[in-house]
Design a binder for this molecule. Structure first.
Ligand SMILES: *Cc1c(COP(=O)(O)O)cnc(C)c1O
Length: 225
């Protein structure tokens, strides 16, 4: 009941912006996902391959699974047959592997390129120049479909900083949309915003927000599941 009312609440906030909700269910059990599913939610985000594939097996087949966490190349093959969108594509080497697995499964795999916008060292992603340099190589990858960009802002209470990082991502998105979209590269989705900053992200043009805690409550990482 709690989950259902949170989904409704967040969905109502997104509606005027035409953004879609990725319900981030990592660490939460299948029953919690089923509860969200029962009130109409279909897009779920996970950040670990094993957990994602286990849940995909156990839960309804019309769920769209999004991979949102750092992806190791040797694990791409496990999600390649069914994943709806990989948000966290952060290197050309990873793209090459996704392309290879796409060919193997004869499936064009939808991806977002993760852009490094935070002022924190630990976050993954391309910077603007690396991205522009990578585009000619990406254009040749027939089994990759680039749908847009993803980014994570710095974890801070400083709203002005978060907003300026989202604006930076939005400006790279617009630049690509204007000059670099053709073939397998399109700019339709801008994945930005989490529980702490999604209101700012919506104002700055997000089309996909990734929300965990606000819907499912706090994560317990000691839980063996
Ligand atoms: C966990 C996670 C989220 C959701 O975070 P909350 O603060 O719980 O909403 C969003 N994006 C990514 C990449 C994540 O790993």
């Amino acid at each position: 009941m709690q989950i259902a009312s949170k989904i409704t609440e967040v969905s109502n906030e997104l509606a005027p912006y035409r953004a879609r909700l990725v319900a981030v269910s990592k660490t939460h059990p299948a029953e919690a996902i089923q509860e969200a599913y029962d009130c109409g939610q279909r897009i779920f985000g996970e950040n670990k391959v094993q957990e994602l594939t286990d849940k995909a097996e156990a839960l309804p087949k019309d769920i769209q699974w999004h991979m949102i966490g750092h992806l190791q190349r040797n694990k791409v093959k496990f999600i390649a047959p069914f994943v709806s969108l990989i948000h966290s594509v952060d290197s050309l080497r990873l793209l090459e592997e996704i392309n290879k697995q796409g060919e193997k499964f004869q499936r064009k795999i939808p991806c977002l390129l993760q852009i490094h916008i935070a002022k924190e060292e630990s976050k993954f992603g391309f910077d603007r120049k690396e991205l522009l340099d990578a585009l000619p190589f990406i254009h040749k990858m027939n089994w990759i479909q680039i749908k847009g960009l993803m980014g994570m802002a710095t974890f801070t209470e400083d709203h002005a900083q978060v907003r300026s990082e989202f604006q930076e991502l939005r400006s790279i998105f617009n630049e690509l949309k204007k000059d670099h979209c053709s073939g397998n590269i399109a700019m339709e989705e801008l994945s930005m915003g989490m529980s702490g900053d999604y209101k700012i992200a919506l104002e700055e043009g997000s089309t996909l927000i990734r929300i965990g805690t606000t819907i499912f409550g706090n994560r317990n990482y000691n839980n063996p599941q």
